[in-house]
Design a protein around this ligand. Structure first.
Ligand code: NDP
Length: 447
């Protein structure tokens, strides 16, 4: 029987996917936004589109065996969750993280499916990774782990099947190792991964795309309020791929970046981050795999090792580190510091219980599926470029990225604007994505 209420749906989900709290919270959040629309369309209800779109097509689980520098055999768990390929091949990042759980990947694959749909591009949704902690591992160990991981993953991926990209702790270096192993295993130099180096099939803007896209989303939201990024005080969590490129574009668009963080502490720049300081942080974090503490002494920053970046007063908060980094206490700190807009560079940075607190504090929230979709959009350009053997310039890619982010903003407004003119970006993103997915599902039949 099709679920008629949220409670029916919650029970149905718990029975099918037990004990997955992050996945349930995400699926329920989406269902709350969709239930009125879904229930109002009899043909959608009968086809059980909401329920069908809640469950992944496949979950692949494997063991990754590799040898460390001491010759010890190490065992890791690896996964690939293929959620839906209704609109295009499965697509989504790989992350390496100590303690990574399948539950997290299930929720990220669901989010990725909606994100791909929002872009308007031919993208399905997936996510994968392993409980491998790269901290303290040598470059040789990371290479051997990537190779062993790909040996297990390769049977499930391919250009028209499933195209992974990077995510937390999986950057251009790791994608290079993964791609090299895929090529050796299959003998094919094809677009089976995105985020490759520009010298061997990659896009000239993939590394920057997610962070730049976050800044473009911030610009679009402010433009609707007849404001610009010029002079806005921005606080960013994280100092990885997304955070540093969001900082870069925000600076270029005239904002003042007042803080950046990593897993050990944060840097507060009372006078604003300078471009040359950002270049130094990029070297420390992205090239040398170090920590902010390693370079803080040569910056104009106050380094805080035992606090939270959200203590710094701001107009815009860009959480770009990891999931569940913002709970009620962090919302209180943001509200007290004058924050009006929170744009999610990370996936799921706001705990489900804290979303209401943001609304109550009158802080507009743009969800990750809308704000960080620039990365997957440029991944799609990377595939098109590789298939067509056309080397696109950075300028062309950046212009297309801006168009995609603007179009996502417009879709969120179209589906999320209330009678009072305010936009619920989270609801708008879910409804706009579902509209596209539901139509594809309806057209493709049951089976
Ligand atoms: P990276 O691994 O490059 O960077 C993550 C950053 O977050 C690091 O600086 C890390 O610090 C910091 N961090 C991790 N945990 C914490 C914490 N608890 N508190 C403070 N800082 C923390 O990852 P990405 O930049 O690629 O990804 C960041 C987020 O963006 C993730 O949620 C990811 O899913 C999402 N995303 C990424 C995309 C991409 O294209 N890369 C695309 C779309 C979404 P340290 O260096 O000390 O570990």
């Amino acid at each position: 029987m099709p679920a008629r209420t949220i409670d029916d749906y919650a029970r149905w989900l718990e029975e099918r996917v037990p004990a997955c709290s992050q996945f349930h919270a995400t699926a329920l959040g989406i269902a709350r936004d969709l239930m009125p629309v879904h229930q109002a369309r009899e043909e959608w209800r009968k086809l059980r589109l909401l329920e069908r779109l809640s469950l992944p097509d496949a979950v692949h689980t494997f063991t990754v065996e590799w040898e460390d520098d001491e010759g010890q055999v190490q065992l890791q768990r690896g996964w690939r969750v293929q959620h839906a390929n209704l609109l295009g091949p499965y697509k989504g990042g790989l992350r390496f993280q100590r303690g990574l759980q399948l539950d997290t990947l299930r929720f990220l694959a669901l989010e990725q499916t909606y994100k791909g749909a929002l872009t308007g591009l031919p993208l399905g949704g997936a996510k994968g990774g392993a409980d491998f902690d790269p901290e303290g591992r040598s470059a040789g160990e990371i290479m051997r782990f990537c190779q062993a991981f790909m040996t297990r993953l390769a049977p499930y991926i391919g250009p028209d099947r499933d195209v992974p990209a990077g995510d937390e702790n999986v950057g251009e270096r790791e994608i290079g190792f993964l791609f090299g192993q895929y090529r050796r295993l299959t003998g094919l130099h094809v677009g089976a991964l995105t985020g490759k180096g520009p010298g061997y099939g990659g896009s000239k803007l993939r590394t920057e795309a997610t962070g730049y896209g976050v800044a473009y989303m911030a610009r679009a939201v402010l433009a609707r309020q007849e404001q610009s990024l010029e002079g806005q005080r921005v606080v960013i969590s994280g100092a990885g791929n997304v955070a540093l490129h969001a900082a870069e574009r925000c600076l270029q668009l005239g904002a003042r970046v007042l803080a950046l963080s990593d897993s050990r502490g944060y840097c507060h720049f009372p006078d604003g981050l300078a471009p040359e300081e950002l270049a130094q942080i990029k070297r420390t974090k992205l090239d040398d795999y170090g920590h902010l503490a390693d370079c803080a002494g040569s910056l104009t920053a106050d380094y805080v090792g035992d606090g939270e970046v959200w203590e710094v007063e701001c107009d815009l908060a860009l959480p770009c580190a990891t999931q569940n980094e913002i709970g009620r206490a962090q919302v209180e700190a943001l509200a007290a510091g004058g924050c009006r807009l929170l744009i999610e560079g990370a996936n799921g940075p706001v705990e489900p219980g804290a979303e209401d607190a943001l609304a109550a504090a009158d802080i507009i929230r743009v969800p990750g599926k809308a704000a960080n979709a620039g990365g997957v959009a440029v991944s799609d350009f990377e595939l098109a470029q590789q298939e067509g053997r056309l080397p696109w310039t950075r300028e062309t890619l950046d212009a297309r990225l801006q168009q995609v982010m603007q179009a996502i903003h417009e879709r969120c407004v179209e589906f999320g604007e209330g009678e009072d003119g305010r936009v619920d970006y989270a609801a708008g993103a879910n409804r706009a994505a579902f509209d596209r997915l539901a139509r594809a599902m309806q057209a493709q039949g049951v089976g």
